[in-house]
Design a protein around this ligand. Structure first.
Ligand code: F6P
Length: 319
């Protein structure tokens, strides 16, 4: 393969730039030309393509966001959109594409592969909700950001003897909620993966109140939502003044942590290796500290276990 493209798609995630850098530098080392495709599959459809040189990716390893911009693209769900993407590849001589994004983006990569342009998917999303990998680029940074913000909320909750209900991102997955919840000493962590009732939460608050606990952190995952209403219910049932905070998109920004930069570099390198071996229609990932790769369609059918043990530990030690 002599020329490849790279794009970022879906929600941005810290570490995507480190992955773009790794893809670009690995490919150039292998004698390939690298084309940056801008604004995800939209850029592929509309021919927003520009060559990336060694220095095009200098000074980006520490930057959040994505220098290639990103988008969610409905047009690429249809055959016409995919065919326009193939046309752009053919016009620019792009023989393979590295797609950095979530599993919605991998579906596009599978479709493009089926139409003759081999693609490799790199998991990039703060949610860690891709089942074929234990880790997605951006997850660690987002969790650390959420942890720092929840620590700040704890200061004010403690000063006012309040309950702080904090909603963290994660789409339908509770991984960010679980980990930030345990790291911030949350009284209760609410995720879709584990059953709960409001009564259970208010009972726990009441029982810990009798044990001299006066402020509370409840972490709610985005997939559950309803934080404002929950805060009102808690205040009504327990008499503890409560406030809701939705952390929102601030969790997607910022300089990537060491872990995100390292994993992004490893996966970017591996993706280009696969393309250079003539392989396509695959996703790369990390399982038990090893780099792995799977057929895209197969990866989309995989299941990932929620860490119930960690959830139980968090529940046991917060009272
Ligand atoms: O997938 C990353 C993510 O931030 C999710 O946690 C969230 O559900 C979604 O993207 C928000 O999407 P948007 O930026 O389009 O509002």
């Amino acid at each position: 393969m002599k020329k490849i493209g790279v794009l970022t798609s879906g929600g941005d995630a810290p570490g995507m730039n480190a992955a773009i850098r790794a893809v670009t530098r690995t490919a150039i080392k292998k004698g390939m030309t690298v084309m940056g495709i801008y604004r995800g599959y939209n850029g592929l459809i509309h021919g927003e393509v520009k060559e990336l040189h060694v220095r095009s990716v200098s000074d980006i390893i520490q930057r959040g966001g994505t220098i290639l911009y990103t988008a969610r693209c409905d047009e690429f769900r249809h055959k016409e959109g995919i065919l326009k993407g193939v046309e752009t590849c053919n016009k620019h001589g792009i023989e393979g594409v590295v797609v950095i994004g979530g599993d919605g983006s991998f579906r596009g990569a599978a479709d493009l592969s089926a139409y003759g342009i081999p693609c490799i998917g790199i998991p990039g999303t703060i949610d860690n909700d891709i089942n074929s990998t234990g880790y997605t680029i951006g997850y660690d940074t987002a969790m650390n950001t959420a942890m720092e913000l929840i620590d700040k909320l704890r200061d004010t909750a403690q000063s006012h003897d309040r309950c702080s209900v904090v909603e963290v991102m994660g789409h339908n997955a509770g991984y960010i909620a679980l980990n930030t919840g345990i790291a911030c000493g949350a009284t209760f962590i609410i995720t879709k993966e584990m059953p709960y009732s409001v009564e259970e939460i208010t009972d726990k608050i009441k029982s810990t109140q009798t044990n001299q606990k006066h402020h509370f952190i409840i972490v709610v995952s985005e997939g559950i939502g309803g934080s404002e209403e929950l805060a009102k219910q808690i205040e009504r049932e327990t008499g503890v003044e409560s406030r809701a905070t939705i952390l929102g998109h601030v969790q997607r920004g910022g300089s990537p942590t060491l872990r995100d930069r390292v994993v992004a570099s490893q996966l970017g390198y591996k993706a280009v290796e696969l393309l250079s071996e003539g392989k396509g229609n695959r996703v790369v990932g990390i399982q038990r500290n090893k780099i792995v790769d799977f057929d895209i369609k197969e990866s989309l059918t995989m299941k990932k276990e929620f860490d119930r043990e960690l959830y139980d530990i968090a529940s046991t030690i917060s009272f």
